[in-house]
Design a binder for this molecule. Structure first.
Ligand code: FMN
Length: 198
């Protein structure tokens, strides 16, 4: 799609036993590859030990604290990324605690990056979770793109045997629109990150 290839991390937020998230992420990662503007890396939070005890000091005092366990793998992926897409369900009208922990162990890695969302859940299609995430990423100096992909009652939209979308037409279009926005913002922010910080 574009001559400028940017790096996109797709994060699977749910770590729940029996989770559906990896199926949504597989579909989206394929669409991101098809878009052609990004090198795509999928990061599954279930593969990462996520310590709930956060760093001793705030990120303004130490933006890169020593990180335990397998967190450096996540840190490296976020460091490398120009853009991040969060694949999230909704849990009690917000996003999963696993994702909040992964977010809160980082600061510089989010700053001045472009963030997009793919939501799936029972009723809302994770729209409330996505709006909560926008507030969090605003504090982290990241830019969330306007368009998103949402799957309300995802179990009616995906074939529960093959775990593929029954009719991918609308979701593929929504993904393409979001990826175009993400690419524009990620390009602009990659250039802006080369400028001195005001
Ligand atoms: C504890 C819990 C709370 C949930 N709360 C909501 C909710 O507030 N809104 C909603 O639309 N779906 C809700 N759901 C449905 C989940 O979004 C759905 O189960 C989804 O499949 C979870 O993602 P996962 O399968 O990848 O773990 C909830 C599910 C659980 C287990």
């Amino acid at each position: 799609m574009s001559s400028t290839e940017l790096r996109l991390a797709v994060i699977i937020a749910s770590v729940r036993d029996g989770r559906f998230g990896p199926n949504v992420a597989r579909w989206f990662a394929a669409e991101a590859q098809r878009h052609g503007g990004f090198t795509v890396e999928v990061v599954d939070l279930a593969d990462i030990t996520l310590p709930h005890a956060l760093p001793a000091v705030s990120p303004l005092m130490d933006p890169n604290p020593e990180r335990p366990g397998t967190l450096p793998q996540l840190t490296r992926a976020l460091d490398d990324a120009d853009a991040v897409v969060i694949v999230t369900p909704e849990i009690n009208h917000s996003y999963p605690a696993s994702l909040k922990t992964a977010i809160d162990w980082h600061f510089a890695q989010w700053s001045r990056k472009a963030i997009g969302f793919v939501g799936y859940s029972g009723h809302s299609g994770a729209l409330i979770a996505i709006e909560h995430l926008r507030a969090v990423f605003s504090e982290l100096d990241a830019h969330t793109v306007r368009n998103y992909v949402s799957f309300p009652r995802y179990f009616q939209l995906f074939d529960m045997t093959t775990r593929e979308l029954i009719d991918p037409t609308g979701p593929n279009e929504a993904a393409a629109t979001m990826l175009d926005q993400l690419h524009w913002w990620a390009s602009a922010l990659a250039a802006a990150r080369r400028l001195p910080v005001a």
